[in-house]
Unconditional design. Structure first.
Length: 288
């Protein structure tokens, strides 16, 4: 979905394959399908309720948001995620946004709900989605929300990668590539640098690994910012699967060890967005 073309429109385009909607409890009369259809299918618009129907021309999917009084960002993102999982076989999807203030939550939910890590499947099922048309959304928010959503997807891809493909060298290469694309300074300390600098903790963890250690520092400084402007530092744990100690864990504890570098993936994702989002604070990211 993240690669689809995103648009904002006033109404559903004629070529839409599917219409996606949100509903508050007590507002079934505002749906694209008759209220009687919703009630026959047991749809009450409670949190987690989903209605699949037709308006006579195309498929309609409605997800419930529950009570307006109880709604929060998490509810909106989760509901949009339910819609995102319904769109893989559509070419053009129209999504009605109830309130322009919901735009970012809807975009994030749609993208992350549709997310799948299947690059190593022998027969992956690709998404056919070409366009996402947001009805009633805030156009000024969509691009910003997509930048954030893409960053989250990139972090998930790194954390979900198999351990034989995701090791220290790969993370370092990713950091250098992101630095080049995002206008960041990149400093990489190798094993000799870490020994000389007294990084005993990192070296001790790495002692069980066949891969040499590294500490990556990424620097972002926006233009025309005073030299004494306080900066933000982000530190991400980048311990890859082969760091040793596997025999100390039961099998259930080893399942998610490949994502032990999720902190570094998150820092990389954040750093990749700073220039595009126009962040006005200096930021340094550290990947151990």
């Amino acid at each position: 979905m993240i690669d689809a073309r995103w648009e904002v429109a006033a109404d559903v385009p004629a070529d839409a394959d599917i219409v996606c909607e949100f509903a508050w409890e007590g507002t079934l009369d505002a749906l694209s399908v008759p209220e009687s259809v919703a009630r026959v299918n047991g749809f009450r618009a409670a949190v987690g309720d989903t209605l699949r129907a037709s308006d006579g021309a195309r498929a309609v999917v409605v997800v419930g948001l529950g009570s307006v009084a109880d709604a929060d960002t998490r509810t909106l993102v989760s509901a949009a995620g339910d819609l995102g999982r319904s769109l893989r076989h559509a070419a053009v999807a129209a999504v009605r946004v109830l309130d322009p203030a919901h735009t970012a939550s809807v975009v994030h939910g749609l993208v992350l709900g549709a997310y799948r890590f299947d690059r190593h499947h022998s027969d992956p099922a690709p998404s056919h989605l070409e366009r996402v048309v947001l009805i009633g959304a805030d156009p000024a928010v969509v691009d910003h929300a997509l930048v954030v959503a893409r960053a989250v997807v990139s972090a998930r891809d790194l954390a979900n990668e198999t351990p034989d493909r995701m090791h220290v060298g790969v993370l370092v290469d990713q950091a250098r590539a992101i630095a080049s694309a995002a206008g960041l300074e990149c400093l990489v300390l190798g094993k000799d640098d870490l020994v000389a600098g007294g990084f005993g903790c990192l070296l001790a963890v790495n002692a069980g690994s066949a891969e040499p250690p590294a500490l990556v520092e990424l620097r972002y400084r926006p233009a025309d910012v005073a030299p004494d402007t306080p900066h933000v530092a982000l530190v991400g744990k980048g311990i890859t699967f082969d760091s040793g100690g596997l025999s100390l864990k039961p099998p259930s504890g080893m399942t998610t060890m490949k994502s032990d570098m999720g902190g570094a993936a998150a820092v990389l994702a954040v750093m990749s967005t700073l220039h595009e989002l126009g962040v006005r604070v200096p930021v340094r990211g550290y990947l151990a």
